[in-house]
Design a protein around this ligand. Structure first.
Ligand code: ADP
Ligand code: 5GP
Length: 186
């Protein structure tokens, strides 16, 4: 089954593989696709804006969202919490729009249970050493965060067979074309 023309697509992959880069290129080319803005307890990186890149919350605010059932899924990742606000996703799906979630593995597993008809894509690096090079090259994370992200990446890479499709982000344009094809956008 193809992911889009309306409907839910999940994209998961280790930190630093290029999910953000690929998704922003996809959205530039296909403004009709709606990208969910997640809630997080992580501090904003330089240039990140509240309500645009994430909804930045304290741990108490995040816990309240969980208690109220306001999140479709949520998980802890490298010492912070991340979750998908439920209501906007449901509204966008009801309006027939293609909805994209860019989330980590545990969240993808939860969505697989709640939206079995969704299409789940794993974005993989060409190699582990290239992944490490990209995380470090991005220059946004402290050394301990980089180590936590690389340790988690090893676990995530083992789970790629659970996904409906695996896209390797070697050349960005090739990965973008593959993503478009899988989402029925090409
Ligand atoms: P993620 O959102 O998966 O954590 P990013 O989109 O922040 O990853 O990308 C991590 C780094 O890798 C960035 O510096 C980005 O410019 C770079 N990058 C992304 N895709 C590619 C690619 N296909 N080839 C080389 N570098 C890439
Ligand atoms: P970052 O801190 O690099 O922005 O994101 C860290 C990880 O959290 C990435 O793998 C990203 O996909 C994931 N993530 C972002 N938003 C969500 C979310 O709403 N839910 C879950 N489960 N993971 C998320």
């Amino acid at each position: 089954m193809s992911g889009s023309r309306g409907g839910l697509t999940v994209i998961t992959g280790p930190s630093g593989v290029g999910k953000g880069t690929l998704v922003s290129r996809l959205l530039e080319r296909h403004p009709s696709v709606w990208l969910s803005v997640s809630a997080t307890t992580r501090a904003p990186r330089e240039g990140e804006q509240d309500g645009v890149n994430y909804f930045f919350h304290t741990r108490d605010q995040f816990d309240a969202l969980v208690t109220q059932g306001g999140l479709l899924e949520w998980a802890e990742f490298a010492g912070n919490c991340y979750g998908t606000p439920r209501a906007p996703v449901e509204e966008q799906l009801a309006s027939g729009r293609a909805v994209l979630l860019e989330i980590e593995l545990e969240g993808a597993r939860q969505v697989r249970r709640s939206f079995p008809s969704g299409f789940q894509i794993f974005l993989a690096p060409p190699s582990f050493s290239e992944l490490e090079r990209r995380i470090r090259g991005r220059g946004t994370d402290a050394e301990d965060a980089i180590r936590r992200r690389l340790a988690r990446a090893e676990q995530e890479l083992k789970a790629q067979d659970e996904f409906d499709a695996v896209v390797i982000n070697d050349a960005l344009d090739t990965a973008l074309a593959e993503l478009e094809r899988l989402m029925g956008l090409s």
